[in-house]
Write a protein that binds this ligand. Sequence first.
Ligand code: ZN
Length: 130
Amino acid sequence: MTDKANPEGQPGITRAALFALCPRCGAKGLFTRLASFAPRCTACGLDYTRFNVGDGPAAFLTTIVGTIILLLALWLHFALAAPMWLIALLLVPLTGALVIWGLRLAKAALLAAEYQRRAGEFRSEGDREP
Ligand SMILES: [Zn+2]
């Protein structure tokens, strides 16, 4: 991920992804629920439904989160001799949190990247968007 300085004051991909910002105006509120996009930006009206982020990040994310959780479980078991119930108590919520956080980050980054790539296209369509 690269964070390009944008002359129009739009957030870069990294900033938009980290803080769930609208890629056009930088307003907060990209998500309505845990990892679902809002239908449109409440500040500038950018239609988020026009972006097709897809499920691409999910498989990649599963691998990363799975690796982190497995290594943590092995470390807790072998280095600290933690009981199985404690390992489950710690890692089950952590897995959920990492998946939700990772999905939000990946989806926001992909939407921002797609917006930046198609920014010219959006502008040439005129000001149909409110
Ligand atoms: Zn906006």
